[in-house]
Design a protein around this ligand. Structure first.
Ligand code: S3P
Length: 479
């Protein structure tokens, strides 16, 4: 058994301790990050900035049962819609990440009331469809979802709004939201195609828009503007991106029509508060699922995990690589699919796979960790059509290649992807996370099978989406 206090806090059960009953998992209680101090009047962006290094030691196995904090994408949407709706919403298992705290802080600055209850429930009282103009710029921190989705929400509102972000967010492309919003008649000024963004709110016109790159954030931005605009606004996409906004809008009482590759909303409509459970974050789970799949003999159970089909492609990829995945206890809450996932590794190691086309878009957040474990597969992993990775919180193609090489790995970098040969041995190294949460966590997983220790620089960035990551990794990694 691992450290007692953590054991109690997370109620993680070690399957070895209950071997006769198989993999046991109890009513696990996620821990809300102390960084998420929602009771301050304007919590601002709560991520601490002190750079932190973490040493990751190799592991022999992964064993355990966890319930992960709520999905980041769903929490953003529930938080934003609740803050805009009429009435008071309550969320259990809300994301503990700093990104979602940024969304809540911005919505608080726009007049919503947000508080965290003792039992961890996040309570949001909405502005009933009309925000108050914020005195100070709205700080979106590191969060592209906050900035892009909130722009759509604010463009039809009365008032002037300025949206700012940290250095990484200020480098990310915003032209993709300016174009459709401007086509709707919005007055939106970017700074060289980036944040800061200034919005002069005004009534808009409905449009029929096809997204040039698959992006759920852009889709949501247009839908949130359409929600408040007379007429029918339609968004078409060539690849169906995550559909949490469509499901959440319906849960809050909006009417939408959907076809295979389009969604339409008739505005204006009013949203009404809900009570909801946020499913565990499958993009956070990806680190643990990939880690478990690396070690024959490991067995990991993740319960109450979000399994929305637009997000769960990783399970298919791991299965194609030879991992054993079972899904149990499927249920639906607010139209989001939730279930328990058990994963174990194949005796002869993971095989090989290629990820391109629609798969690359649907797996975009999981590609760094897949690339980071690829050297340990038998046949390697080829990734293409993933150019978007270059404009995430960092240039994830360049940083994955750089860090694999630092660990002694062979990798070929392409404009839109990577070729990582299999059958490689990596050694511990110093990893430059580029202050990107997914790079820090992906290479913590690669480090588990490396020879020697690995030093993750900028480890604090994990708190952007998953503050509990290192603690939970210590709990389930057998050393
Ligand atoms: C997200 C959409 C994706 C994803 C991001 C979260 C969302 O970004 O990478 O982590 O919640 O809608 P894009 O919309 O830029 O593809």
């Amino acid at each position: 058994m691992k450290a007692g206090s953590k054991e109690t806090r997370h109620q993680v059960k070690h399957p070895k301790a209950s071997a006769s009953k198989g993999l046991a998992f109890g009513p696990l209680v996620p821990v809300l990050s102390p960084l998420l101090n929602l009771n301050q009047p304007h919590p601002g962006v709560p991520l601490h900035t002190a750079a932190e290094e973490r040493v990751i030691r190799p592991a022999r196995n992964l064993f355990g049962s966890l319930r992960l904090p709520g999905d980041k994408s769903i929490s953003h949407r529930y938080g934003m819609l609740a803050a805009f709706a009429e009435g008071t919403s309550r969320f259990t298992n809300f994301s503990t990440g700093a990104d979602c705290a940024s969304t809540l802080a911005c919505m608080q600055a726009l007049g919503a009331r947000v508080s965290k209850k003792e039992d961890g429930t996040v309570e949001v009282t909405g502005v009933g469809g009309r925000v108050t103009a914020a005195a100070a710029p709205l700080d979106c921190g590191n969060s592209g979802s906050t900035m892009r989705m909130m722009s759509g929400l604010l463009a039809p509102q009365e008032g002037t709004f300025t949206l700012i972000g940290d250095a990484s967010l200020s480098r990310r492309p915003m032209e993709r939201i300016r174009k459709p919003l401007q086509a709707m008649g919005a007055r939106l000024t970017l700074t060289d195609g980036h944040a800061p963004i200034t919005i002069e709110g005004a009534p808009l016109m409905a449009i029929d828009f096809t997204t040039p790159v698959p992006s759920a954030q852009v889709k949501t931005c247009v839908l949130l503007a359409g929600l408040q605009t007379a007429g029918t606004t339609t968004v078409r996409e060539s690849v169906r991106t995550r559909d949490h906004s469509e499901l959440a809008l319906r849960a809050f009482g909006a009417r939408l029509t959907r076809s295979l590759n389009s969604v339409s909303i008739d505005g204006p409509q009013t949203l009404h508060a809900i009570d909801a459970f946020v499913p565990g974050d499958i993009s956070s789970a990806a680190f643990f699922l990939c880690a478990a799949a690396l070690f024959p003999g490991s067995a990991l159970v993740l319960d109450s995990l979000g399994l929305n089909p637009t997000r769960a492609t990783l399970l298919d990829v791991l299965t194609a690589l030879g991992a054993h995945i079972s899904v149990l206890n499927l249920e639906e809450k607010n139209a989001e699919l939730i279930g328990t996932v058990q994963v174990s590794a194949p005796e002869n190691g993971l095989g090989t796979t290629q990820i391109s086309g629609a798969l690359a878009a649907q797996l975009i957040d999981e590609l760094p960790v897949l690339a980071a474990i690829a050297p340990y597969t038998r046949g390697g992993i080829r990734i293409r059509d993933a150019r978007e990775l270059r404009v995430k919180e960092s240039d994830r193609i360049a940083l994955v290649a750089q860090n694999l090489r630092a660990m002694g790995g062979e990798v070929e970098e392409f404009e839109d992807g990577l070729d990582v040969p299999g059958g490689q041995k990596l050694h511990g190294a110093t990893i430059d996370s580029g202050s990107d949460h997914r790079i820090a966590m992906a290479f913590s997983i690669a480090a588990l099978r490396a020879e020697g220790n690995t030093l993750i620089q900028g480890a604090e960035s994990a708190a952007i989406s998953f503050p509990e990551f290192f603690d939970l990794l210590d709990l389930v990694a057998d050393r």
